[in-house]
Design a protein around this ligand. Structure first.
Ligand code: FAD
Length: 117
């Protein structure tokens, strides 16, 4: 059956932006509960991703490379790695994960204090 490649790519770009921004905002020192929340979120995200073919591939990547949720750095690094796996599958260039830095900025204050200040 014929898909719509433009719509699929647009959904992908928007989703990756959101996905990496979630990681960039994950606590640096997450509690057990926060770690479990991120792990569950990632598995449900993969299961519910609207493009069925993509969801299927992504779940296979997840089984091979389980989510790293021990810290913000670990989560962001893992997400970059797994996005690169998708890039490789689609024959897209590899993103340099050492260049993540503040690439994904939510535009929100880092904490309550900063917001008030
Ligand atoms: P995208 O891959 O969408 O990336 C957007 C931007 O993110 C890039 O321009 C770059 O600035 C940055 N970026 C690139 N790589 C990384 C990285 N490793 N870490 C952090 N930032 C990075 N499409 C299919 O055709 N088949 C599939 O099976 C498929 N599976 C997908 C699974 C998921 C979970 C998602 C979210 C998307 C999937 N897509 C799939 C869509 C595909 O990954 C792209 O989003 C789409 O092809 C558009 O590609 P793009 O070149 O614009 O860049």
């Amino acid at each position: 059956k014929l898909g719509n490649a433009t719509a699929k790519a647009e959904l992908g770009r928007a989703t990756w932006k959101y996905f990496h921004t979630v990681m960039a905002r994950f606590p640096e020192k997450p509690t057990e509960d926060q770690q479990e929340a991120l792990r569950s979120y990632i598995f449900l995200f993969a299961r519910l991703y609207p493009c069925g073919e993509c969801a299927e591939h992504f779940q296979q990547h997840l089984n091979k490379y389980p989510p790293q949720v021990s810290s913000r750095k670990a989560a962001a690094g893992w997400a970059c790695f797994i996005h690169n796996e998708v890039n490789a599958m689609l024959e897209k260039p590899e993103f340099d994960c050492t260049n993540l830095g503040s690439f994904y900025d939510c535009g929100c204050a880092e904490n309550e204090k900063a917001e008030k200040g």
